[in-house]
Structure formats: C-alpha cells, structure tokens
Design a protein around this ligand. Sequence first.
Ligand code: SF4
Length: 303
Amino acid sequence: MAYICSDCPRNCGALRSESSGKGFCGAPSGVTVAKVMRHMWEEPCLGGKQGVENIFLYGCNLKCVYCQNYKINASPAANAVSRYKTYSAEDFSGLLLAAAKTDASAIGIVTGDHYIRQIAGALTDDVRAEIKKPLVFNCGGYMKPEMLELLSGKIDIFMPDLKYSDENLAGSLSHAKDYPSVALNAVKKCFELTGPAVFGDDGLMKKGVIVRHLVLPGQIRNTIGVIDELNEMFNPGDIVFSLMSQYLPVPGLEPPECFARLKGPISKAEYKKSTEYFENAANLTLGFTQDPSSSDSSFIPDF
Ligand code: SF4
C-alpha cells in the first residue's frame, strides 16, 4: 500500500507507491529484491561451512560514493527498480521461509535500513516460528531507534555498519552529516534488542550484534574514532567488531578533491595501524580482521 515515508532519518516525506519510490532511497512500498545468493565470505561466526543465504535488497538511504553494491544501491539507472521483483509482505514471508529451508547456516537480509516497516510486517509470529536458523539484519546503520523497535523479537543478529565518527566525512561521502550520532544510537538500540553476543556449541553466533567498519584510504582518524566510541559504549563480550580492509574504488569514482586517496586501495600500513588500535581496545574482545587479499572484486556479487 502506498504511503508517505519518514521511516529513516532522511525524513523525505516522499511517496512510496507499489511500483516506485520518490524518496532518497528509491524504494517502493513493497520489498524490492535485487538478488538471492549464498554468500561464503561473511564473518566466519555467521556462515560457518554452509555460508549465509543472503537476500540483497534494492536501493539505499546512504548511497555512499564508494558503494561496492553501487549497481543496486548507489547509482541505479532510472527506473532500475523495475528490473527487480517487488514483494508484498506475504510474498516476502514466503521468500524468507524458502531461504530457511536451505542448508545455509543463517539467513541474511542485506541493506534493510529502508525496509524495516516491511520486514517487520513479513515476520509475523507464525513466520518467525518457522525460521529455525539465525536471521541476520545487515544494514548501513542509518536508522531510527523507533523503527528498529518494530524488529524486536524478530531478528536474531543485527549487523549494522558504523562507517564514520567524522561528520564531515559522513556528509561528503554518504550525504549524511548526522550519520555518526544517528548510527551510534542505532547500534545502541540493536544491542538493547538482542543483548550480548551468544554463540552455540558449533561456534556459530546465535544472537547479538556485529558492528562492521570499513577502513577508508587516508581516513585512519575516522577509524580510530569509531573504535573509541564502541570501546566506550560496550563491555567485554557485548558485541562483535568486524574491521574490514576490503575497500575497492568503484568504476568512475570521482571523490571530492580532498578525498583523492579514495581512488586507490588502503595501504598495508593503514590497515596494520587500524588492527593494532582495535587489538588494544580493552572492551572490544570479540571480533574479526580481514586478510588484505579480501580487497578483490571477486567478492562483490554481480547484480
Ligand atoms: S526510507 Fe527512503 S523514502 Fe523513507 S525517509 Fe528514508 S530515504 Fe526517504
């Protein structure tokens, strides 16, 4: 059903109809799915040997200039939403149940920030009861706490990004100067909904929050700020922190002059410094770092 949307901190007040969306994210009122695919390279505590059955959603409320899923998120061609199937709440429930029947270790809903209302609607008590494996909500972090509340009891693992501690960087690269405070609040809310990280005897995560941060070329201070904020907010064992090195410049990227380093990868020295800082953060006792070889386009799904 069409509605005027203020679901995320953009507060567009734009019309989302069944077939198109006039807001910043470009999403219609249903859930538009760009791809469903098994992902073998998520954090090991999620995928195990079987991987995560990921449902990639169309559109984004951030559209970062360096977005690796830019074909569906950052710069979709006009009316690209029509290339994909848009699901009603009932049909999206069916898609989740089909994913639950696969042999994947977990189900991932990817870039769900602008579809929280719809996902909450699809996850009725009956549907949720049939999903016996961890349901992961993978998101950019730009969300309202009151919207996240709609997912209470429906999501096992929240996996928000915390991309920036630097407002100017957030404004320049993701069009959202308020991202640092908004996303930190969202992370706090996610933790309120799940509690501390829980792992099964199989070593896989069953419940909790994984915060992801991608190190950007030339922006070590931004990374250090993110680690400091999380270290201050949480206690040992509360959350899992995933420090990612897989930044890759996307085709045609023309960053603002002052961020020219974004045209290349991060350096080994930058990632080493970031990992050392993380390792010394006393309250971030659970986490992952990445092998620098992860910075390879073969890890990016083709949309
Ligand atoms: S969810 Fe989309 S349409 Fe709604 S406020 Fe956010 S960006 Fe705008």
